[in-house]
Design a protein around this ligand. Structure first.
Ligand code: KG4
Ligand code: ZN
Length: 358
């Protein structure tokens, strides 16, 4: 039997301090030996969003304890690791640096390979933790900072088909929750209160739904939610109706844009049977899952969602991406620096700002 690769993963790109120890198993998936996530929700709640300096300080205070706990729980000593992976971007530099530096130090002092992981690659490959994934696949990455359709051809090989031209989907959920006074974190609260409302009550705009390929836009929708939220005088029933109508509009947009992305994927890859993987924090949303599963039945493709504990930010997915890169000999130099912007497809056009032609 060949030796199974074991990695320590560290994640501090935003507001979760996380560490995990992962071992590849005989099925080609992962044994999760430990997966520790310390959320900073309480720290940021009173500000209604992530405050970078507070997040960095919380990472600094927690990181050693979190790594120590992950190692203890896994019953793996540093000596037994095959390597260390830490998120190197994209994200808040002050936050990334905390996990990156400690990861580099552990790797250096224990003489192990170090891998600086792209957080988005962590999300992209995360379903592989639980099941064998077939390349190429279509990825819908929906998180707090990103919203993209990509063809995942292999580890480190991505082709972007579309992206948001303004807000990320998670951001739209978070802002909607804030405008409705539903609290932080926004996404899960909008989902919760939407269940109590009438999804057809408000007619909200569906920006660029019939143009610009599978690029997406949520800014106009957000402005419409703001306008309506001012009229409802904090009345609970109307608030729930607005949350439900917002989520319903998101579902209509995702349905249409995913349909376009599937057509593009089929044209480009000539593959009729393939997997759509929906990853990132927003992939936890059950109504979005249900909506995309309807499309997958209609268009005959398979849809895969990572387990809820691997949708939001976690270090298991970072360790896993580290293992995949290690197997391809993509080992980093210890001087690898934190990057605030780091697209998976470096050749994709930049889709934000004035002068954008759709
Ligand atoms: O992937 P993630 O944990 O962090 C980033 O890489 O950004 O995603 C966080 C985002 C937040 O915007 C959060 O509100 C959203 O995912 N989110 C949800 C749900 N759970 C988390 N959005 C909608 N419905 C949910 N159930
Ligand atoms: Zn993330």
């Amino acid at each position: 039997m060949t030796k199974k690769i074991t990695f320590l993963g560290i994640e501090t790109s935003c507001d979760e301090t996380a560490a995990a120890v992962i071992r590849e198993n005989d099925k080609g998936t992962a044994d999760i030996l430990s997966n520790i996530v310390s959320s900073q929700i309480e720290e940021h709640k009173k500000f209604g969003g992530v405050v970078p300096e507070l997040a960095a300080r919380a990472h600094l205070e927690n990181i050693e304890y979190i790594i120590d706990t992950a190692l203890k729980e896994s019953k793996i000593s540093i000596d037994e690791l095959d390597g260390v992976a830490a998120t190197a971007g994209p994200g808040l530099i002050v936050c990334l640096t905390v996990g990156l530096n400690i990861g580099k130090s552990i790797a250096t002092f224990s003489n192990k390979p170090f891998i600086g992981v792209n957080h988005l690659e962590g999300h992209a490959l995360s379903p592989g933790l639980e099941r064998k994934i077939k390349f190429p696949y279509l990825l819908l990455l929906i998180s707090g900072g990103h919203t993209q359709f990509l063809i995942v051809k292999d580890v480190n090989e991505y082709e972007q088909l579309g992206t948001t031209i303004d807000d990320a989907l998670g951001e739209a959920f978070d802002k909607t929750a804030k405008m409705l006074g539903l609290g932080y974190p926004g996404g899960p609260n909008v989902e919760k209160f939407a269940k109590l409302g009438d999804k057809n009550f408000f007619k909200l705009p569906e920006p660029i739904i019939n143009k610009a390929g599978c690029n997406l836009s949520f800014a106009g929708l957000k402005t419409a939610v703001l306008r309506e939220s001012k009229k409802i005088n904090g009345e609970d029933k109307l608030k729930y109706n607005l949350a439900a109508s917002f989520q319903n509009t998101i579902n209509k947009i995702l349905y249409k844009k995913t349909k376009v992305a599937v057509q593009m994927f089929r044209e480009k890859t000539r593959k009729e049977n393939f997997q759509l993987i929906v990853a990132g924090g927003v992939a936890a949303n059950k109504s979005i899952r249900k909506n995309l599963s309807i499309l997958s039945n209609e268009m005959s493709f398979e849809t895969i969602y990572p387990d809820l504990r691997f949708c939001g930010d976690n270090a298991a997915m970072i360790a896993w991406a580290g293992i995949q890169r290690f197997k391809k000999n993509m080992i980093d130099d210890i001087t690898v620096a934190a990057k605030s912007r780091w697209p998976l497809d470096e050749n994709a056009p930049y889709m934000k700002g004035p002068g954008l032609k759709l």
